[in-house]
Write a protein that binds this ligand. Sequence first.
Ligand SMILES: Cc1ncc(COP(=O)(O)O)c(C=O)c1O
Length: 418
Amino acid sequence: MMDYTKFLAKVVAHRKGNLIRDINALYEKKPSGIVFAGGMPNVATFPIKDISLTFKPNISLKLDERELSSALQYLPTQGYAPLLKKWKEFQTRWHKPKYNDWDAIVMCGSMDGCNKVFEMMINPNDPIMIQIPTYSGVIGALRPLSPEIVQINQDADGIIPEDIAEQCEQRRRDGKPMPKFLYVNPTAANPTGTVLSDDRRRQVYKLAQIYDFLIVEDDPYCFIHFLDKQPLSFFSLDTDGRVIRLDSFSKIISSGMRLGVVTAGKKIVSILSVHMSNSLLHAPALSQVVLYKLLDVWGWDKFEEHFKDVQRFYRERRDIMLAAIEKHLTGLAEWTVPQGGMFFWLKIQGLENATDLAMQKSAPAGVFVLPESAFNYTNTYSNNCLRLSYSYASPEEMDKGLSILANIIRENVKQNSR
Ligand SMILES: Cc1ncc(COP(=O)(O)O)c(C=O)c1O
């Protein structure tokens, strides 16, 4: 199994477990014990008497006394035990992991997972690789840790393995340390909508072995791709324990429930667990119990059927948005058709300052779009792209919004040529 020592930030050595949490975990294993430790409030004093749920298509149920008590009470740090067991069952079924020494921890969404994973590994100036452009939340989580950012370019097939190899080779020649990890959002990347090909995933994993870096696989759109075949996950390729996989329930179950799972080598999960035990204590109990009940009553077949429905929903919207983009922006912008997720990434003709266009022109006209600058770590990159989401607006709004945007772009081109 991997020795993670060289990948860890100094802060990890200073974090100690929370004894109250550790003793609670012992009680979980021996519920017949007498609890004088900890400060578990008595559930009898809580004002919620029962919780009833109705899941699609029409399954109604009520939490039993034990479930209600778990939903309202503190939970073990790693998560609600029945949910953890279930999700590990799913990971095994879905990814067929190639090594045994892995574990999982429930977190408050993939963002919480990314944040804690970054804190676990980054000392100021430590080199790390990120795909550019990248999700703005990730950029925001990285900035305060002051890593040295090695930017990996993408094309229509996602991150370019040759770029990783070249930059690592150059660092080797210059006697610089290797990046500790690569952050990658492989399926339906935010903001570009590309899916990293299986071939490239294999190449990138090989490079991780050659140059000895870890892979942070942030995969919230894993179930929202528009391809015939489910892409291979890095976790499923992992033989060494060098992949830290982040799943999110935000896009397929509920974003407000704030749930995600980090799956990785046992040692990594135990470090994250120590952090969790001194910060959030655990992800929301009510959300975890509700998610467990859903997965339990649905079973895996229905779960998979559900995300096929979600895929169909977004694919239809992508097609409607594509038609509206072709109608209004032909000649004004370039784009590749997103292979999954929720976003179009448009390169706008003649645009130099997408931030200005988004904030000073488009927003006052009532059309809200995101500029490229939100997805770049440094401002040395171009700022001529816009991200437009097709997840939320109605077809009529898409048509109207794109018509307004087209006029703004035309006006901008005119101004530039004056
Ligand atoms: C690439 C990426 N990572 C993480 C997140 C955050 O997801 P969560 O809601 O699970 O925290 C998002 C949300 O848009 C995302 O696009």
